[in-house]
Design a protein around this ligand. Structure first.
Ligand code: GDP
Length: 367
């Protein structure tokens, strides 16, 4: 073989040609017939879900989240068939700004309720930022280390596609599927920054707001609307050096709550301190939640609120689908940018532009 080291100058060892190594890929793999995963029928989905099969449940949730129309058709049928099996649960919304300790707390809360009250727990999320960041922050399994490996828990990150309304609707539909699968405790997590609270509030029985002790002016930063929605406010990280400040914050929150009108439920929102990290005061937080549930079941508000929520979601669905149909109409899509430009340039008033667009849309519908 020709090789520089085989020249006379390097007498001694001989360099031989190498041998070809066999491929590490199984050569027959290509020829194997591809096994396409068979899609389940509606009946199979429902049967699997009602039996509590978590794999089937996950697949159904994926369909609910899918934007493909053919998936939506199946998803809607599955939801409808699951509806009679749903409703038997306690739904708790958990909100707090990033860093408030939601993941740490949900891990501890989840283990606590499963141990103390039994049953099964589903943790869902509504993350309005997930569309932008192209990935969900909330509900990520790795953030809830213990709960994610607990046999009685099901953790699902926030659906990521679409508007907040769309994301929230999917979470609401997922609640139905989870309940049909026997999950009798549902946590819905959201970032406490605004609109998403309203969406969560409209699908839970109890709205828990996680707060931190701040510098004394913390009340200013909190949107009044969010506090008004809360059935319970809990100050996290009440541990170590922070304990006194947390207690002080609790007093301030209690005082602030007095200024709000009495909630429809007849329940006086409570303020507690706890530490998710050190598992202090967690028992009391859940005693409060269950005390509330007993209270509103007794006075009829529980049923009332769930009915109101169903009504709300009917209108939300209508609004969302109308909006979708309008903005995805090819004629409208073609006109929209131009109309917007005319409005910005002052050549057309907003109202005339809107009327032109709507007239076009309605005329199109008639064809
Ligand atoms: P999230 O963004 O709301 O989900 O907050 P995380 O659960 O990720 O918590 C944010 C940070 O606060 C983490 O570094 C936690 O370790 C810390 N943390 C959470 N709960 C507590 C607590 O009860 N006490 C203390 N001291 N730190 C906590």
């Amino acid at each position: 073989m020709e090789h520089p080291e085989n020249s006379e100058a390097y007498k001694g060892l001989v360099v031989n040609a190498g041998i070809e190594q066999p491929s590490s890929v199984n050569p027959y793999l290509k020829n194997r017939p591809k096994r396409k995963k068979r899609e389940l029928s509606v009946a199979e989905f429902v049967e699997g879900i009602v039996k509590g099969n978590v794999t089937v449940l996950s697949q159904a949730v994926t369909l609910v989240e899918s934007v493909k129309p053919e998936h939506q058709v199946v998803a809607q049928e599955v939801i409808e068939k699951c509806l009679p099996y749903s409703g038997n649960s306690v739904r708790v919304g958990i909100s707090g700004v990033p860093g408030a300790g939601k993941s740490t707390s949900i891990d501890v809360f989840g283990l606590h309720v499963l141990e103390k009250y039994g049953g099964k727990l589903a943790v869902l999320a509504i993350d309005p930022s997930s569309e932008r960041s192209k990935g969900s922050i909330l509900g990520d399994k790795t953030r809830m280390e213990k709960l994610s490996v607990h046999p009685k828990s099901f953790i699902r990150p926030s659906p990521s596609a679409g508007s907040l309304g769309g994301v929230a609707r999917k979470t609401r539909e997922t609640i139905v599927l989870c309940e049909a699968a026997g999950f009798d405790k549902i946590f819905v997590e959201t970032v406490g920054v605004g609109q998403s609270e309203t969406a969560v509030h409209s699908m839970v029985d109890f709205f828990l707001l996680i707060q931190l002790a701040g510098t004394g002016d913390e009340l200013q930063g909190i949107k009044r609307g969010i506090m008004e929605m809360a059935d319970g406010i809990v100050i996290n990280k009440a541990d170590g050096d922070n304990l006194e400040r947390a207690k002080l914050a609790a007093t301030q929150f209690r005082n602030a709550l007095h200024l709000f009108p009495a909630p429809e439920s007849g329940w006086t929102p409570q303020v507690l301190t706890y530490s998710g990290f050190y598992n202090l005061g967690v028992k009391e937080v859940w005693e409060m939640v269950y005390r509330y549930i007993d209270f509103v079941k007794e006075n009829g508000y529980f049923e009332y609120r769930r009915n109101e929520q169903s009504k709300y979601w009917m209108y939300e669905s209508i609004n969302e689908q109308l909006r979708d149909s309008f903005y995805h109409n090819p004629q409208i899509e073609a006109m929209l940018a131009e109309k917007e430009r005319q409005v910005l340039q002052g050549n057309l008033t907003s109202f005339v532009a809107a009327k032109n667009l709507l007239d076009t849309y309605f005329a199109e519908l008639k064809h």
